[in-house]
Design a protein around this ligand. Structure first.
Ligand code: KIV
Length: 274
């Protein structure tokens, strides 16, 4: 493929420039084939640590490892040409010090070929975000409901429901933005607060269960495809793949049991055996 005809990946400055402009379309992705299917339609694919719950059946994201993120991040990069791929830094891989965060972020960037990393936390992560981006690692922030903090928060709870909580969440957003993050996810945040933060900071806000006024939106792909057994209440399902998969498995089982499995498929598998 010539250099000219190669599709150019969306860049960090292009996403940053979408502040207050065309909304940024983001989805999560953990898997090469589905990443390829959605790549033409999205700006950012996030290899989220939600994969621990969605792909591995964990209760929370706390058990996700760096190696898991790298394996899935590489798959998503291999499956895509256009979307900017961001890989989540898992719990325990960045909180201790900016230096440890840099070492682990370098592994993610080098071993997956992704463009950027995402990490959770507001004011307390300002120094680390600054340290990473000064050394060539673009960072997406994540504030509000931060699932890696689930034990401290006592569950997955919407943040900023009372106005007393607003000042510290606004401070989180300001510090993440001033530290040099190129965008910030606002998760599980009261709608008027998410809209206010969107007006207050200079980088794009990406909402999930936050506000339609954010500069972009992200959903977990499996939730919006109808594949998740208990999706969050705010999720709109754009397909019903869960029901279709169960229906297909039932139809297949019926054919196998009736010994009416398609002859062509049988012949093909015999040829392959020989
Ligand atoms: O892990 C994840 O999928 C995320 C998104 C929900 C923003 O962080």
């Amino acid at each position: 493929m010539s250099v000219q005809s190669k599709i150019k990946r969306i860049t960090v400055p292009e996403i940053r420039a979408r502040k207050g402009a065309e909304p940024v379309v983001c989805l999560t992705s953990y898997h090469a084939h589905t990443a390829r299917m959605v790549d033409p339609y999205v700006d950012v694919l996030l290899v989220g640590d939600s994969l621990g719950m969605v792909m591995y059946g964990m209760e929370s994201t706390l058990g996700v490892t760096l190696d898991m993120m790298i394996a899935h991040g590489s798959a998503v990069v291999r499956g895509t040409d256009r979307a900017l791929v961001v890989v989540d830094m898992p719990f325990g891989s960045y909180e201790e010090s900016p230096e440890i965060a840099f070492r682990n972020a370098c592994r993610i960037i080098k071993e997956t070929g992704c463009t950027a990393v995402k990490l959770e936390g507001g004011a307390r992560m300002g120094e680390t975000i600054y340290y990473l981006q000064e050394r060539g690692i673009p960072v997406m922030g994540h504030i509000g409901l931060t699932p890696q903090n689930v034990q401290v928060m006592g569950g997955f709870k919407t943040q900023g429901r009372t106005q007393e909580e607003w000042a510290s969440l606004e401070e989180d957003a300001r510090i993440v933005s001033e530290a040099g993050a190129f965008a910030v996810v606002l998760e599980g945040m009261a709608e008027p607060l998410a809209a206010k933060i969107t007006d207050e900071i200079v980088i794009p806000t990406i909402g999930i269960g936050a506000s339609a006024r954010c500069d972009g939106q992200i959903l977990v792909l499996e939730d919006m495809l109808g594949l998740s057994p208990n999706p969050p209440k705010f999720v709109k399902e754009f397909a019903t793949l869960g029901a279709q998969i169960a229906g297909a498995a039932e139809a297949y089982a019926r054919e196998v049991r009736a010994r009416s499995f398609p002859a062509a498929a049988h012949t093909y598998s015999m040829k392959k055996v020989r």
